[in-house]
Write a protein that binds this ligand. Sequence first.
Ligand SMILES: C[S@@+](CC[C@H](N)C(=O)[O-])C[C@H]1O[C@@H](n2cnc3c(N)ncnc32)[C@H](O)[C@@H]1O
Length: 271
Amino acid sequence: MIMETMTQKAFTKTVNTVMSTSALHRRSGVPRMIAEEKEVRKLIDDAEQDVKADDLKEAGKKLHQAMQIAKNIGNEKLLNYIHEFIQKFSYSTKAQPVELSPTETDGFILDIGGGGEGIIGRLNGKQVVAIDTSERELEETQNEALKAVMDATDLKFLPESFDVCTAFFSLMYIPKNKHLKVFEEVHRVLKDDGKFLVWDVRIPERYGDYKAFIVRLKVRLPDEEIETGYGVKWRTQNIEYFKELAQKTNFKIVNEWSKGEIFRLEMSKNV
Ligand SMILES: C[S@@+](CC[C@H](N)C(=O)[O-])C[C@H]1O[C@@H](n2cnc3c(N)ncnc32)[C@H](O)[C@@H]1O
């Protein structure tokens, strides 16, 4: 999932446009596949203009849409073409292995930015309340978590509601100037003995002409292995940065782990 930022409304609108264009072409005898291939190529051309204008958010929306269409028509060649285009302006890490098992708790788990692959929801199912600012991301997520459109800087829960909060490669998607508020909100909604678990990636100083940073992951769950990638506009961050935020918001670091480019922090509210 690369630079996922499109609103549901915009997405529906564009997909509807694509569909009506295809229907038109069907009626006029142009094979549907060709119409859709053309649409994908147009989206890529437009995304190229967005990248040139440094509007990666807009480029991300178009590329996501292009990928969905290419996947729907099962066109591997087009998918490769999109990936090659993304590689032109994005740095990708090697696939980072990360092994996960369900979090041991009897209570509820709040998963921040729980759309996308919905990894935490896959692990802990109905115990998870997944919140995300993107309705579309939540709709595309396949797990048993309860899903709600909500901003992590403004959690609509009473204090001390959750035993565990998680952020699986979500903080990298949230602007740095919002992180302090997110940590404060998580602290507020956690129970006294609650834990905050963060998985994220070290993003070094920008180099070359790369505009975006993609962390590729090989996520090993008890029953399946998922290969995915999370990409954002380039900005630096590392484990020390998140540890400072923890300190500022009165979390105690109880465990930390890092391997390759990625890391995990386990913080406790109980000081
Ligand atoms: C790429 S996902 C992270 C991976 C995801 N946890 C998974 O299991 O695949 C990051 C998500 O954070 C969401 N997001 C960005 N800003 C947010 C915010 N302020 N509050 C909640 N979610 C946010 C994005 O919409 C995106 O779906």
